[in-house]
Design a protein around this ligand. Structure first.
Ligand code: HMG
Ligand code: MG
Length: 307
């Protein structure tokens, strides 16, 4: 049943991260052809922005070491944007050589995670991204700037909002087209989300350039998403079946499940373009490959509804 609620957008753009954020965290390495089939099935379910892989150091994220093999298998999917993660110029060269049109750099709001994830201080990581963003823009590529640990950090605790705002502004100043605010370890709650969004607005960052990226460790991802939608955010990151985590933050669990998001959007009458049955079937298929059930409540409910 569709029952709209006031103050929400008519349409939400889902930035699907299952093939990247999800699979980067799997113990077993998924065969390249299975990843390609996953991306094709996600596209077939109506997702139009599918983060495909990362051009990072293969020793840092072995699960995505096949980026060169995978990307050409999916890059010609019609009507689908395929962003890829790129930490430095070496990664950018690899991505551009294969025809990537959308890249994402990934900064940290905290020093400890910058060191763990990028082997750099926050400022040195920003300096590493600067030529990446400049060259990507010169090549006419779209650039997303991720910011991790926007709410809490496993080593540093609660993250002061001014620290987050500072790095967001640096990413925009260097030329990022959009930002994705990451709750890497899933500790945010809705008031905190709205407080951060308001603080960014007050510092001149418009909501139109902001996306949200919630991990679901404490079961808050959907509530936080609704808070962000109420604030006017229309780009939401989610991961099919709730796959996900970060190998350099052990307390990160799966992302907001795309199916849970689509169930809520559909009930609110908000367009996402996604066919929930096809998407659920894809997550069940992937869960079979991974040998464990999807953590998504919606996937479980829909796939067991005849039993
Ligand atoms: P480093 O060890 O400091 O690298 O790692 P370096 O710059 O000193 O280079 C060392 C060697 O690595 C060199 O080779 C480079 O060429 C090579 P050598 O000259 O010694 O033979 N190298 C590369 N090779 C291939 N591709 C590359 C590349 N870069 C250097 N791109 C580095 C620094 C940034 C490379 C490393 O820390 C890294 O790859 N980190 C990636 C970590 C990662 O992918 N984490 C997960 C994604 S972030 C995330 O999940 C959070 C997010 O979802 C949002 C949220 O939830 O908050 C986005
Ligand atoms: Mg993430």
């Amino acid at each position: 049943m569709v029952v709209p609620a006031p103050g929400l957008p008519a349409r939400v753009r889902i930035h699907e991260v299952g093939a990247r954020d999800g699979l980067q965290n799997e113990k077993a390495t998924v065969p390249t052809e299975v990843k390609a089939e996953f991306v094709r099935r996600l596209a077939d379910a109506g997702l139009t922005r599918i983060e495909a892989t990362s051009f990072v150091h293969p020793k840092w994220v072995p699960q995505l070491a096949d980026a060169e093999e995978l990307f050409p298998l999916v890059r010609d999917l019609p009507g689908v944007e395929l962003p890829v993660l790129v930490p430095n110029e070496r990664g950018l060269d690899r991505a551009l050589a294969l025809g990537a049109r959308r890249i994402a750099v990934f900064a940290s709001a905290t020093e400890t995670f910058a060191k763990a994830n990028l082997n750099r201080t926050v400022d040195d990581a920003l300096a590493m991204f600067e030529p990446v963003v400049t060259r990507a823009k010169a090549a006419d590529a779209h650039v997303r700037g991720y910011l991790s640990m926007c709410f809490g950090d496993p080593w540093e605790g609660a993250v002061p909002i001014h620290q987050v705002v500072h790095v967001c502004k640096s990413l925009l100043d260097m030329g990022c087209d959009e930002l994705s605010l990451g709750d890497t370890i899933g500790v945010a709650t809705p008031g905190h989300v709205q407080e951060l969004l308001s603080a960014l607005n007050e510092q001149g960052v418009p909501t139109t350039v902001l996306g949200v990226h919630f991990h679901d460790t404490y079961g808050q991802a959907l509530a936080n998403t609704l808070a962000a939608l109420q604030h006017g955010v229309t780009t939401v990151d989610a991961s099919a079946g709730g796959l996900g985590g970060c190998p350099y933050a052990k307390s990160a669990t799966g992302n907001l499940a795309t199916e849970d998001l689509v169930w809520m959007l559909r009930g609110l009458g908000i367009e996402s373009g996604v066919d929930l049955d096809r998407l659920t079937a894809t997550s069940v298929w992937m869960a079979d490959h991974l040998g464990r059930p999807s953590p998504s409540r919606t996937v479980r409910a829909l796939s067991h509804k005849d039993q």
